[in-house]
Design a protein around this ligand. Structure first.
Ligand SMILES: [Zn+2]
Ligand SMILES: [Zn+2]
Length: 194
């Protein structure tokens, strides 16, 4: 399996109570595997601020890239700028004192334990991107979508109408169906199932 690139912050080269900045980009081919249906149009850029305290390292920052996916309503390829936030605290500790510290810190959201003299921030960058991707891409908030009967694009043909009722040519059948439906609805109301 392909190795992920690393974004290493060296704790041994850094001073306590100092703030550091890391800036860079991750190439498309190195993060597209983390995406579902979206395609990256740009590399993923990040800016991370790192504050080193005695036993903790506080990390925050932003990530940014442009992704393309199909519009949820009309299926047209749609690009969006995605901006995500990084926020995490790295706590120095070995496995034995992890449980104790976890209790103390359960109010903090993104707490990661580390040992050794470096931390790899790659996962934080990917995490920030993934959580910032909207569930649905829309080409436009007012996208009218496709005709549910024939698939015609209703943005291009706003006056398009399909009349599926046309297939019920005998009016009697249609009115009988509609009467039947009314009865069913009445029954449902009486039983309080509706
Ligand atoms: Zn659309
Ligand atoms: Zn249609």
């Amino acid at each position: 399996m392909k190795e992920n690139p690393k974004i290493i912050f060296h704790l041994s080269d850094s001073e306590t109570n100092q703030q550091y900045q890391m800036k860079g980009t991750i190439k498309k081919k190195d993060f597209e595997g983390f995406l579902e249906t979206e395609q990256p149009l740009t590399d993923l850029s990040y800016t991370i601020m790192i504050f080193k305290a005695k036993d903790e390292v506080f990390v925050n920052g932003t990530v940014e890239c442009r992704l393309e996916d199909l519009c949820y309503r009309c299926l047209k390829p749609t690009a969006q700028n995605i901006k995500g936030d990084i926020e995490a605290a790295y706590i120095y500790g070995n496995e034995n004192d992890t449980i104790l510290k976890e209790k103390e810190l359960e109010s903090l959201e993104n707490v990661i334990y580390y040992v050794g003299s470096e931390i790899d921030l790659f996962d934080r960058v990917i995490e920030a991107l993934i959580t910032a991707i909207p569930q649905r891409f829309l080409c436009d908030e007012n996208c009218k979508g496709l005709c549910p009967f024939c698939g015609e694009d209703l943005n291009e043909n706003p006056n398009h109408t399909c009349e599926p009722a046309e297939s019920f040519e005998g009016e009697n059948v249609f009115s009988k169906l509609s009467a039947l439906k009314d009865n069913l609805n009445d029954d449902q109301d009486n039983n309080q199932n509706g």
